[in-house]
Design a protein around this ligand. Sequence first.
Ligand code: B12
Ligand code: SF4
Length: 528
Amino acid sequence: MSVHLVNPSDNSFGTAVITPRWLFVLAAATPQIVGDPILVDESLEQIVPESIKAGDIVGISVHTGNALRGYKVGRMARERGAWVVYGGIHATLFPEEALELGQAHAVVKGDGDVAWGRAVTDCLAGKPEKIYDGGLIEGGEFLAARWDLMRPDKYMWASVQTIRGCPKHCSFCSVWRTDGQKPRQRHFESVVDEIVSLRRLGFRYIALADDNFYPVTLTDLRLAREQNNVARLEELTALRTERFQLMKELARLPKDMVFFTQITMEAAEDGDFLDAMRKANIKGALIGVEAVTPEGLKAVRKDWSCSGDEMVEQLQKFKQHGVHVLGSFIFGLPTDKPATFDATVEMALKAGVTFAQFVMMTPFPGTVDFGRWEKQQAAHPTLVAGVPITRYWLIPPEIRPKMFTPHPTMSSDEIRERTQKVWDRFYNWGAIWERSACTPNLRARIAFVFLSKLYRQMYAGTGISTDSVRRKKSKKWARWTSRQCKKLFQARPMPDLKSPVREPVPGPPALLHPAFLESESETRSLTA
Ligand code: B12
Ligand code: SF4
């Protein structure tokens, strides 16, 4: 018998931008007794049904966007006599749906690092439980991925997670609810060893698949000190110190390595942190800007973020410290007006963000927005092809609306068209060429142009467009461009590369305070 792990996708491009990390982590979690699992990433190519035999175990990961395809794969596998197990964020939130529509034998909720092994063992014994609660494991328990099972020629970037969870509570985001508000930080040694194994294979571009790379703000530290909360101050300082240790180690890796992460804009306050990022070759970060007006920020519960010129300045700080920004903006918020679209793109251009994404408001399950919408819909549910709109992921993609929640003043079409125009303006050839000046040489500049166009095509071209000819053309273009980009990202493998030698530290590492937590003596009196 074999174990198969399937990453479902309706769109196969032959080459993918980023490795789906769960696939390689679950491979590491697969009990040795069943041998190496067979990994199928459908964003490369679709699964071959004949590869599944009776008695095999098939693990399928679903997020909301690929749930429908995932259920189809599961039904196919069950029909062929396999054990079917689901996991991932969507299955965590809707286990009953996976059992019913995906014909699962079992669903693993939460983290799979430990629970997947139990599910496999029980399937082998012919007695899987319906639900396994993987919960939220500690950072130290996160498994390193099995990169030896990856096809390196198929991906541009590999992904390594350094931290899970986020202390914020944005209304459109499920992370703080499903992954917790307590940051779960992985030991930096494990992160670095994994990155070294990827560089050996020829990967120099690594996406740090983090919820928020800056888990401790200066305000958090200040508050803990003002409240005389020594335990909290120690805890936060330890987290911060380990962030710096990680970055120090990353800085010792081959100089051609490039990292990219996700971070909140608050990091602009911390020059030391941004400098450490630059030295660590963390050259870019996705920042959820979401909205540019105070009303918009309040609507998404991000009123801790600044707006207007202050926002421009904060975004510019990243670039000044050598960290490029991929700004992420949401359109379709109830506070949006027609003028918001131009104001947003102008802000993005003024702030000099290197990349930007403009997504349309989607109520993802598990979020505050989703809960509110579901309540509103409860009395008179809107149906599309017989499916309640609050289960939009079950509507066939060809007839699925592009927006789900009505806007008080604009139609969905108006929002979609205006969003498309914003993408077109931000990613026109002239604007991209101008932005590409930030690269060090012509080769990098060409890579930048290709990547910008690919990014725009993959997100805006296939997602927003309602016109099927445009969508098809867009997919073809994305397929061709991704092949060219792959070549630009390839690096010479370094099979002999070793992890940097770590000197044994006598006792716990010295805790790193920011300057405002001042003199050593005051710190000692607080933590004594
Ligand atoms: C890195 C990341 C990205 C990266 C890389 C994506 C990639 N190809 O890997 C980028 C920036 C490209 C990205 C894009 C998007 N992302 Co994203 N992303 C993440 C992030 C931060 C980490 C994902 C990750 O790699 N984690 C590491 C792995 C190891 O963890 P994991 O996937 O959760 O898997 C564990 C468990 O879930 C479980 N498990 C998972 N699968 C299975 C299967 C089985 C059988 C079992 C037993 C267990 C199991 O075990 C694993 C190990 O513990 C998550 C947030 C999060 N905390 O999950 C959001 C997240 C997954 N993204 C999200 C979204 C919405 C998107 C976008 C739609 C954003 C947008 N509007 O464009 C796109 C969609 C891209 C796509 N088509 O997949 C949402 C999904 C919400 C939902 N309900 O589906 C999340 C949860 C963030 C959020 N704000 O809520 N994303
Ligand atoms: S959107 Fe970002 S900052 Fe807000 S809760 Fe989610 S991960 Fe945290």
